[in-house]
Design a protein around this ligand. Structure first.
Ligand SMILES: [Zn+2]
Length: 330
């Protein structure tokens, strides 16, 4: 009974406090939360927005959806009356660029990676983003560019072929914060957009680069999920590497795609922590890993492995038959 009261009380406190740590924060009083110094995170609908609210003006990283901008500006103005000077897009996806046109009208200069610009044009042409040219960036960058706001340096870094081929990380050097876009999502299975140049190898390389850029105090604003630190990046690296190894083992062992995807034990540690409860489900993630593994190995690799496993089995059996069976498994 006491436990029940504690649970009810904590639910109540969370709801009045508005600090429920979920991804969409619609209706909450605290859509803007301080990360450190003048850097803030804004959560509403879409990818996390990073804000720098400086004396010299405001810089915004990612813009969620078109219908969010009005609320975003309202919320920013409660803290800072300075103009929005720059918008950086971490990549081209609609949940990160939807507010571009609105902010452009406010006078902001929109900046993205060269390839993100191309991807955005392609998605407009294909009609996968229901928008026009007014959401396009005004300036593109191939790798590094620095924005100076007083004593803060805000620097872009390109990651090759990670979540897409047009990803940039945005590093707030003095504040020691990095906005990663979807090159890192916290506590969730990641999406790798292969149609727009993303690769699993590049994604892992991107996480390694990101980890290297951090010290133990660095705060990470992920594309989705809660603010984290380098341990969270390490955890995602280990998650992808561990599951890939397990899938590779089963694949080389001759298991079929549907059999491997159905093996819940390969991902259960992460499923239990809710990794599959977001944009990418467990099954979608497993399919992506499977596709990557099956492209890495040839048919003869599989036959080779099957032969070797058979040899080991035969050897073990003959040892057992030879009266060695009571010596245990080694
Ligand atoms: Zn994305």
């Amino acid at each position: 009974m006491r436990l029940l009261i504690v649970i009810l009380l904590s639910v109540f406190l969370v709801s009045v406090d508005g600090h429920a740590q979920d991804d969409s924060n619609e209706g909450s009083d605290s859509r803007i939360r301080p990360v450190t110094g003048k850097v803030y995170i804004y959560k509403n609908r879409g990818g996390n927005i990073g804000l720098y609210l400086g004396e010299q003006g405001t810089l915004i990283v990612d813009t969620q959806f078109e219908d969010v901008t009005e609320k975003l500006l309202e919320d920013i103005r409660r803290i800072s009356k300075k103009p929005v000077r720059y918008v950086l897009n971490t990549h081209h996806h609609g949940d990160h660029t939807g507010g571009n046109a609105n902010l452009s009208k406010e006078g902001a200069v929109i900046v993205s990676h060269d390839k993100a610009y191309v991807n955005l044009i392609n998605s407009i042409r294909e009609g996968s983003e229901k928008v026009d040219d007014s959401i396009l960036p005004n300036i593109t960058v191939s790798d590094k560019m620095t924005f100076y706001f007083g004593n803060e340096e805000i620097m872009t870094h390109h990651l090759e072929k990670a979540h897409t081929d047009g990803d940039i990380l945005v590093q707030f050097k003095k504040s020691n914060v990095i906005h990663t876009g979807d090159a890192f999502v916290n506590g969730q299975y990641p999406y790798i957009d292969k149609d727009n140049g993303g690769t699993l190898a590049g994604y892992l390389k991107g996480l390694a680069t990101l980890y290297q850029m951090c010290d133990k105090n660095t705060k990470i604003i992920p594309g989705h999920g809660n603010v984290g630190n380098r341990q969270d990046i390490r955890k995602t690296q280990q998650m992808i590497e561990t599951i890939s190894k397990k899938v590779a083992f089963q694949y080389l062992n001759g298991k079929k795609e549907e059999e491997i995807i159905a093996m819940n034990e390969l991902t259960s540690v992460y499923d239990e922590q809710g990794f599959g409860d977001h944009f990418i489900t467990r099954e979608q993630f497993m399919k992506m890993i499977y596709d990557d593994i099956s492209a890495q190995y040839t048919k003869s690799d599989r036959e080779d492995t099957a032969r070797r496993i058979e040899e080991i089995r035969r050897k073990q059996n003959s040892e057992k038959d030879g009266g060695d069976g009571d010596k245990g498994g080694r």
